[in-house]
Design a protein around this ligand. Structure first.
Ligand code: ASP
Length: 584
């Protein structure tokens, strides 16, 4: 038996008990006549004591030579501590050691294994196994475990069956690039790793599984934007014989359950917002509604004066910054510079101070009088003491710019409290999305998403206007899940493929199996998937998902610990009949 107790377990009630512990040396303090060692394992830290009077000389020396992160086993008696440490649960006791075994020595770690470490991100990624010994990472992984357990409990109780689907498949339609795997047994052919189990879960519905879920890895070969991973985990779900409302209720229930069990937060009904309203009011399909600052469109009240910039703009839109009139001229100039940075791309910003005495002072006083500005205040909900920030230009661009400004200001004003949870369903997404690069429409969600009833005809005349039975769950300004009601008849599916520019042959080659399945009695079905990594990070009150992933990749998609990806040797290439043609 390596240990009788863990390092987080012993209390005053154990005093005088003989115990055996095992763990890592967090640190030791050597006063010459007395040595204290902090022994750490997953469960906590227990203080060990060796002293001249009671410890044999040889063991005393051994204790003095213990290095950081040595793995040791000790047997000893639990005694009361002279000076107690109220900050740790084992702080009332220490172990007077009678036997000490070094199970394994350790090199000096490249960074300190403490809550506040001196190691930078890169070095900690390289030695991730050491980083995992630190509380912030360890606790995040334990937290993730708790969330996944609760997901499994809840969904199982609700009658969902967890089914595994394969990883070696062929291209899935989530719109990203596939990771591919060459097949040795089928020379010249490749598997694709799933971007999601989308087609399989639909086939499970055709197979009569009725309610499916899976906590599953998905792979998307995308250029990594901040805080994305090439492999990530979804809570993937599908249900048969359901309408949109059934799915929203089921997964609102799951989210409510998680918030309650994991965070102790009870939230009633989640608010719902149409996609069009989210774009109009927040310039964003995943609005953070922990705070207000909704957009006020100003075309009616700001155009047709003599201000050419506004007159020529498709959209003039503003927000009221609470208390923003307190900003100095310099601070406002800095805000203007902020929106003009290339990442945001605004050409400029007009502002209007709302003075305490009810008057207004704008940067365009030449064109607008007090009555005009009062209308701006009304449209943006600005009160005395606020600052109205106004952007103008192309509708889509200006919405994105003002949305970025809204988030930045909220951050500065401390309005994004990580311990507050504001879920929101965003509904009725467009079915299609215009792609500038290819100059054609793409499925906004994926090509199996069903249009809203009666809207199929609009495809021919007004494709951009067609709305889908598609929904996202947003939490604190992050999309944590999304899904749709699916097309379940072959004819509509063929029409969609046709519309999306697949020839019949292409559609057949890529998704023929699904179209065939639809000929054998596909039930009406729909589902959604949650991004588990992000969900866990938000519930854990953090913005970054990396700490919640045991072995994450860096921004270049590399695992710097195992050094992957890496070249393979020629023999392996030969076996696969592959030849490299690298552009140097
Ligand atoms: N497969 C979709 C996704 O990964 C989710 C869904 O439609 O259920 O985004």
């Amino acid at each position: 038996m390596y240990r009788s107790h863990t390092c987080g377990e012993l209390r005053a009630s154990h005093i005088n008990k003989e115990v055996t512990l095992a763990g890592w040396v967090q640190k030791s303090r050597d006063k010459g006549f007395i040595v204290w060692v902090d022994l750490r394992d997953r469960y906590g830290i227990t203080q060990l004591v060796f002293d001249e009077e009671r410890t044999p000389k040889a063991m005393m020396e051994k204790a003095q030579n213990l290095g950081r992160e040595f793995v040791i086993q000790v047997t000893g008696t639990v005694i009361e501590r002279a000076s107690k440490n109220p900050n740790i649960p084992t702080g009332d006791i220490e172990i007077l050691v009678s036997e000490l075994t070094v199970l394994n020595e350790a090199l000096l770690p490249p960074f300190t294994i403490e809550d506040k470490t001196d190691g930078g991100e890169d070095i900690r990624m390289k030695y991730r196994y050491l980083d995992i010994r630190r509380n912030p990472v360890k606790n995040s992984l334990i937290f993730r475990h708790k969330v996944t357990q609760e997901v499994r409990n809840y969904l199982s109780k609700e009658g969902f069956i967890e089914v595994e689907t394969p990883y070696l498949i062929k291209s899935t339609p989530e719109g990203a690039r596939d990771f591919v795997v060459p097949s040795r047994m089928n020379q010249g052919q490749f598997y694709a790793l799933p971007q999601s189990p989308q087609t399989f879960k639909q086939l499970l519905m055709v197979g009569g599984m009725d309610k499916y879920f899976q906590i599953v890895k998905c792979f998307r070969d995308e250029d990594l934007r901040a805080d994305r991973q090439p492999e990530f985990t979804q809570i993937d779900c599908e249900m048969a014989f359901v309408e949109q409302e059934d799915i929203l209720n089921a997964f609102e229930g799951l989210t409510r359950h998680l918030l309650k069990e994991v965070n102790g937060v009870e939230i009633d009904q989640f608010p719902r917002m149409l996609y069009d309203d989210a774009m109009r009011l927040y310039g964003n399909d995943k609005p953070d509604i922990r705070f207000g600052m909704a957009f006020g469109e100003l075309n009616e009240v700001a155009q047709h004066k003599d201000f050419g910039v506004f007159n020529s703009a498709e959209l003039v839109v503003g927000i009221a910054v609470p208390g923003g009139n307190a900003y100095t001229r310099k601070e406002i100039d800095q805000l203007i510079d902020w929106v003009k940075r290339p990442q945001i791309g605004a050409l400029g910003m007009v502002y209007c101070r709302c003075n305490d005495d009810g008057t207004y002072k704008s940067s365009v006083d030449k064109f607008y009088d007090q009555d005009d500005l009062a209308k701006w205040a009304e449209a943006t909900g600005a009160k005395a003491g606020d600052l109205i920030c106004v952007l103008s230009g192309d509708k889509n661009k200006v919405r994105a710019q003002l949305s970025a400004l809204r988030m930045e200001l909220a951050e500065r004003l401390g309005l994004r409290n990580p311990n507050e949870f504001a879920p929101l369903w965003v509904m009725d997404f467009p079915l299609l999305e215009w792609d500038e690069e290819t100059e054609r429409y793409h499925a906004m969600h994926h090509p199996f998403t069903s249009p809203k009833p009666g809207q199929l005809e609009l495809l021919a005349t007004n494709p951009g206007e067609v709305k889908a039975n598609a929904y996202d769950l947003v939490l604190n300004g992050n999309e944590i899940g999304g899904g749709s009601i699916r097309i379940h008849d072959k004819k509509t599916q063929a029409l969609m493929f046709d519309y999306l520019g697949f020839t019949e042959e292409e559609a057949k080659a890529q998704f023929g199996f699904l179209m065939n399945a639809f000929e054998y009695g596909a039930p009406p079905h729909g589902g959604l998937a949650f991004g588990l990594d992000r969900l866990v990070a938000i519930l854990g009150g953090q913005e970054t998902i990396r700490d919640f992933i045991a072995f994450p990749k860096n921004n270049a998609g590399r695992d710097v610990m195992i050094d992957a990806p890496a070249p393979i040797d020629n023999k392996q290439l030969e076996e696969l009949s592959l030849k490299l043609n690298l552009k140097s």
